[in-house]
Design a protein around this ligand. Structure first.
Ligand SMILES: [Zn+2]
Length: 426
């Protein structure tokens, strides 16, 4: 089944699913008390939004799967846990049908990025309870490719495996090729000696940092694509880049209903190119933990709704950032990702930066700290002033806000192994 389904089919899916949810989910029974359930998805905004904190509370009170578990415990065939980047880990349950649908939709994303029959792909994500391991593996298999379940660690064995099994594609995090590259050097090999034609990535926005993808493709000789965008509590992968362009195709119109809302007011934005706001998702078919109007926390821009030159009709979007990282300056939404683009484009900056917010706001100016490149003397006032003025001008031009900008010496900002907090609330 293709993801291109009409409004009528989607409304029918919703009618069946909403009645199932109303009958089986005590979580939604409590929230929808006294409310009429709309027949059409176009009227769904009458129902309340739910967010991650609601789900977390529901799992704490009704362990282990939460009061939004709508299936019988005996219908659960697979359980994952989330990585838990913020707060407690969450338990995710899948039925046979949930798992089958997840594999089919994830496969659309991997296929859009160019994977298919004849490919041999090595999957190098963590298989220990995380969805990115085993369940992503099933999405790769569903493309018709041959899949090697490698997991993480032991890069020497990985390199020998790629060579002996004639692997054509690698599925991993965007930071992993750099690790492999240093191991290859020790082994007297170069990345291109592995003859990989495709690198499939996901989970991080690194591919969108200017220059990163080009360097990766140049070093390895493969095409680098984000083939794996998902929201763990909803579906692990439902969007990917195709071979024609760099936006993400939303490939689950037959399984999920997307809305874009203003993250501050909750108001629904018209579904048309240019719409910008927080992505809200509703399952159109889900047995175990169905969600209705779930705030993903991801802020997206809908970039196109007309057919793509790859032939897909699936709408296209870009992920701008997280709604909890969004800063409103004089009514303009600013995301760390757009600040990063400005900072990365300037050769006199190291790329490290912080947005340090004083108090609760509202804010008139963007309080931005940037770090100078190696070799630039922070005492050289004239040179630092020139750099600061240039970066302020770039912020004003690209972000449409005025920055309160200060520059610090190279390595004055701490480096962290994991995700760096770019927005600091003082
Ligand atoms: Zn396309």
């Amino acid at each position: 089944m293709s993801s291109d389904v009409g409004t009528d089919v989607r409304d029918q899916l919703w009618q069946k699913q909403s009645h199932y949810v109303a009958a089986r989910s005590s979580f939604y029974q409590a929230r929808w008390k006294g409310q009429r359930i709309p027949d059409r998805l176009s009227d769904i905004a009458a129902l309340p939004l739910v967010d991650k904190a609601d789900l977390r509370r529901a799992q704490q009170l009704f362990a282990p799967f939460g009061s939004y578990l709508a299936a019988e415990q005996t219908d659960i065939t697979r359980v994952h846990r989330t990585g838990g980047t913020t707060g407690e880990a969450m338990n995710l349950a899948l039925s046979v049908d949930d798992a089958r649908q997840t594999a089919m939709i994830g496969a659309r994303a991997q296929s859009a990025s160019g994977l298919g029959p004849g490919d041999v792909v090595v999957h190098c994500l963590n298989y220990q309870m995380w969805m990115g391991g085993f369940t992503d593996h099933t999405t790769l298999e569903a493309t018709g490719a041959t899949v090697i379940p490698f997991g993480v660690g032991n890069p020497e064995l990985l390199i020998r495996t790629i060579q002996s099994l004639r692997v054509t594609a690698i599925s991993c995090t965007p930071s992993y090729p750099a690790v492999l590259q240093s191991v290859l050097t020790r082994m007297g090999l170069a990345p291109r000696d592995l003859h990989l034609r495709l690198g499939l990535f996901g989970g991080e926005v690194a591919l969108d940092i200017p220059g990163f993808r080009e360097r990766l493709e140049d070093t390895w000789g493969f095409a680098a694509r984000n083939s794996n965008y998902g929201v763990t509590d909803v579906m692990c992968n439902f969007a990917g880049q195709c071979e024609e362009q760099n936006d993400l195709h939303f490939l689950a119109m037959d399984a999920l209903h997307p809305e874009i809302i203003n993250p501050v007011t909750g108001e629904v934005q018209p579904w048309e190119a240019g719409a910008h706001g927080e992505l809200v998702l509703t399952h159109l078919k889900r047995d175990c933990q169905p969600l209705v109007r779930f705030r993903t926390g991801d802020v997206v821009t809908l970039t196109a709704t007309e057919p793509c030159s790859c032939g897909r009709h699936a709408p296209r979007f870009q992920v701008t950032g997280r709604s909890d990282d969004m800063v409103v300056i004089r009514g303009v939404n600013v995301f760390p990702s757009s600040v990063a683009a400005v900072v990365h484009a300037d050769d006199d900056l190291s790329g490290e930066y912080r947005i340090v917010l004083p108090g609760a706001g509202p804010y008139d100016r963007l309080p931005l700290q940037v770090e100078l490149s190696e070799g630039i003397d922070v005492q050289d006032q004239q040179r630092v002033d020139t750099i600061v003025d240039r970066v302020k001008a770039a912020v004003a031009r690209d972000l449409r806000v005025t920055a309160d900008l200060s520059a610090v010496a190279f390595h004055a900002m701490p480096r962290t192994e994991g995700k760096t907090a770019r927005v600091v609330r003082a």
